[in-house]
Write a protein that binds this ligand. Structure first.
Ligand SMILES: C[S@@+](CC[C@H](N)C(=O)[O-])C[C@H]1O[C@@H](n2cnc3c(N)ncnc32)[C@H](O)[C@@H]1O
Length: 316
């Protein structure tokens, strides 16, 4: 059981306010060992530890690992918590995880509030921020690199596919035109290009959506998720639960389709007369529809408005 103040910020920190904590803890009730693929500020991890589970957690951002290790030091000392730096898309490459499986796996996708708030990380459109946006600062390719080197068609694809921008070509053309005179370096350069492409009436909502599209490309977030989902399923024990919280429609669609496909008995083409596939569902959906934040949580934590939680249980 978890008390009602879970929803009102008990697990928040100045680093990040986790969403749907009560729902996550409820879904994982009784799980002994949980893999948290997106540690962030450690809010979900702490709530799960407090409910009695042990947690191994991953983050590709060194700042998140340091923050959460400090917060969860007592659990680390007692051997119930361990933090590993790396990309959950490469879960099969972590030496510490070879041969291990879990009762529960959580992936709370996207970025933490800290990443957005820290100007030197370059995720935000606040004036003067360097266009960086890498979650892992060891990785090559900042947002500026991408905006200065991709061709017009690739830029257009990013704004269209990740930013739901119907007139993506216009922005791609504007960026290519501007960067020929002066390379893109600061948040202001991208904001000016957006205004140049779509007019002065564009505002923070457009900047947020189009900056998010660049962030998704810089961190290869959709491809990583697509590659990771089957690997995470493999890491589940029979009867184990995978919980994914997505904040972007493209990510949520991918999670929905993947979990649905895993839940079908037959995945042969519709006209094929004899079944030649696995012939048996790999597991089942816990909820038909995604779980969303309550009105109360949305009022307290606006970030929770776009959260969609989907859960899938592996066959026992
Ligand atoms: C929404 S935050 C997680 C917040 C966390 N649940 C909490 O309670 O504070 C997402 C975190 O996942 C990390 N992340 C995103 N994609 C990742 C990936 N492919 N591999 C590892 N970490 C990732 C980000 O660096 C960020 O810290």
């Amino acid at each position: 059981m978890i008390d009602s103040d879970t929803v009102t910020g008990r697990w928040d920190s100045s680093y990040h306010a986790p969403v749907l904590v009560e729902e996550v803890v409820g879904l994982f009730e009784g799980a002994k060992e949980i893999l948290d693929c997106t540690l962030g500020g450690g809010g979900h991890a702490e709530a799960l530890l407090a409910s009695g589970s042990s947690v191994v957690a991953i983050d590709r951002d060194e700042a998140a690992i340091n923050e959460a290790r400090e917060r969860l030091a007592s659990y680390e000392t007692s051997g119930r918590f361990r933090a590993l730096r790396g990309n959950f898309g490469e879960i099969d490459h972590f030496p510490e995880l070879i041969g291990r499986s879990f009762d529960g796996i959580l992936a709370d996708l996207g970025v933490s509030s800290h990443q957005i708030d820290a100007d030197d990380r370059g995720f935000s459109f606040r004036p003067g921020a360097l266009l960086d946006m890498r979650m892992d600062r060891r990785a090559p390719g900042t947002a500026a690199d991408l905006l200065n080197t991709l061709d017009e068609a690739d830029l257009s694809h990013i704004f269209h596919d990740y930013g739901d921008e119907p007139r993506a070509g216009r922005l791609a053309r504007e960026i290519v035109r501007r960067r020929a005179r002066k390379p893109m370096r600061l948040s202001d350069d991208l904001v000016d290009a957006i205004r140049g492409a779509y007019g002065a009436r564009t505002g923070p909502a457009d900047f947020a959506r189009l900056f998010q599209a660049v962030r998704i490309a810089v961190n290869d977030e959709l491809t990583t998720l697509e590659k990771a989902l089957p690997l995470l399923r493999e890491k589940l024990q029979p009867g184990g639960l995978l919980v994914v919280i997505a904040y972007h429609s493209g990510e949520d669609r991918l999670v929905k389709h993947t979990m649905r496909e895993w839940s079908l008995d037959c995945i042969c083409p519709p006209r094929q007369l004899t079944c030649t596939c696995r012939g048996k569902a790999l597991g089942g959906l816990v909820n038909k529809r995604p779980i969303k934040a309550s009105q109360v949580e949305m009022a307290i934590n606006p970030r929770s408005r776009s959260a969609r939680l989907r859960a899938w249980r592996k066959a026992a």
